[in-house]
Design a binder for this molecule. Structure first.
Ligand SMILES: Cc1ncc(COP(=O)(O)O)c(C=O)c1O
Length: 413
């Protein structure tokens, strides 16, 4: 039987005879549309209407994609996902080669060894610690464990893109607060709390801005958050911070506050491809997260590599030093080029341009350099690379931006 609906011609086959034409509505994704090759697509499927509010997570462009798009043969540098340009911890790589022998076995679902080592290092009991498939998994778990439909989740308008996605997945409402002076506006966040607020997400340093909230600011903020709200302090770039007066977030957890502190092996440890993040919170919260966790979400090689990376202080120190050098070099060069930037506390810089950045982004891509567009049309987020990569970036920007004014030193703070 052939029929048409909303301009689509479809054929109801015996397999889909249960579909009554009056049941078809705009949420129907496919209705046995006859494609060019005459293969029928999957049968009628209704998805949650609320999914329309979700913008799927958009990662930095993979190197392979740039090769496909431009056929570039030279070295491509990816400064788009805040990965460690030094690579993975050598200790982790050595451990990883042994881990491969046992990939026929399921991993330890409890991540016992990794959690116990984290417990020793951070002087926090194991039942206060969880490990996830990247910290994004724990962000989603927090949303699934705490939110009922229509609950509210507060976040800065400019912050990690996973927060609104997690809120929407749980059917909750993201409440986005504008940033002030390129930082989280903690007063405005506090003022936005209602009885419906269940989670506040704060990335510190903020991604993409790279700005930080200091210890005294955070102490005062946590003090004023009511007990029915979980504060997720996302410290993905924690190890890069250095000497600033940074919050002692684990103290909030130890003091019994409703705080979930997130860290990751994706950044300074150089294990983004293995997907391991971890979190600290009181055991009730950790237990709640475990209920919505996928079994075996942290695979065996990932657990083994993360454990080895934790004790590779040399790699962490070298990575931090490389980042510091790159930070100083880029700051000097951006100032010379008259480009505004936010003093970075992570391993990336938020840079403003005197024009829309779409063409700059494309021109960099053609030169084999991938950076990250951000919400603002005149800004880019650029990961700090190796000295060679940073130099190539600056040389490319000089070619692309002949009109930049090297006289002006503009720094947004
Ligand atoms: C603020 C922030 N949180 C979390 C993540 C995700 O980290 P993971 O790789 O552990 O999922 C990122 C990654 O860019 C980030 O910038």
């Amino acid at each position: 039987m052939a029929d048409s609906h909303k301009g689509l011609t479809y054929k109801v086959t015996p397999k889909t005879a249960f579909v009554k034409p009056h049941e078809l509505d705009s949420r129907i994704l496919t209705c046995i549309v006859m494609k060019k090759n005459n293969y029928p697509e999957v049968s009628v499927l209704k998805t949650r209407p609320s999914l329309e509010r979700i913008q799927p997570y958009k990662p930095g462009k993979p190197i392979e994609q740039l090769v496909r798009e431009y056929g570039i043969t030279g070295e491509i540098i990816k400064l788009a996902s805040n990965e460690n340009p030094l690579g993975a911890s050598p200790n982790a790589l050595a451990a990883l080669s042994h881990a491969l022998d046992e990939v026929n076995l399921y991993p330890d679902n409890s991540c016992y060894e990794l959690i116990n080592r984290l417990s020793e290092i951070h002087e926090t009991p194991p039942d206060y610690i969880t490990v996830g498939n990247g910290s994004v998994e724990i962000i989603l778990q927090a949303a699934l464990a705490c939110l009922e439909p229509n609950d509210e989740v507060i976040m800065s308008e400019v912050s990690f893109i996973m927060y609104p996605i997690a809120a929407h997945i749980a059917g909750a409402v993201p409440v986005k607060i504008p940033v002030k002076d390129y930082k989280h506006d903690l007063e405005a966040i506090l003022a936005a709390i209602t009885d419906k607020t269940k989670i506040i997400f704060i990335d510190n340093p903020n991604n993409p801005l790279g700005s930080v909230i200091s210890r005294s600011q955070m102490d005062a903020f946590i003090e004023r958050v009511p007990d029915h709200v979980l504060v997720v302090l996302d410290e993905a770039y924690y190890e890069y911070i250095g000497s600033m007066d940074y919050p002692r977030s684990l103290h909030y957890v130890h003091a019994g506050r409703n705080v979930l502190v997130l860290r990751t092996f994706s950044k300074i440890y150089g294990l983004a491809g293995l997907r391991v993040g971890y979190g600290f919170a009181n055991p009730e919260i950790i237990h709640a997260l475990s209920k919505v966790r996928l079994p075996f979400s942290v695979n065996r090689p990932a657990q083994i590599a993360a454990l080895a990376a934790l004790d590779d202080e040399k790699h962490v120190d070298e990575s931090r030093a490389l980042n510091e050098t790159g930070k100083m070099y880029l700051a000097k060069e951006f100032e010379r080029l008259g480009l505004e930037y936010i003093p970075p506390y992570g391993n990336f810089v938020f840079v403003r341009f005197p024009c829309e950045t779409g063409p700059i982004y494309k021109a960099l891509e053609r030169r084999g350099i991938i950076v990250r567009p951000v919400g603002d049309k005149d800004a880019l987020r650029i990961t700090i690379g190796t000295p060679e990569q940073n130099k190539r970036l600056i040389a490319s920007l000089e070619e692309i931006l002949p009109g930049t004014n090297p006289q002006h030193t503009r720094n947004t703070q």
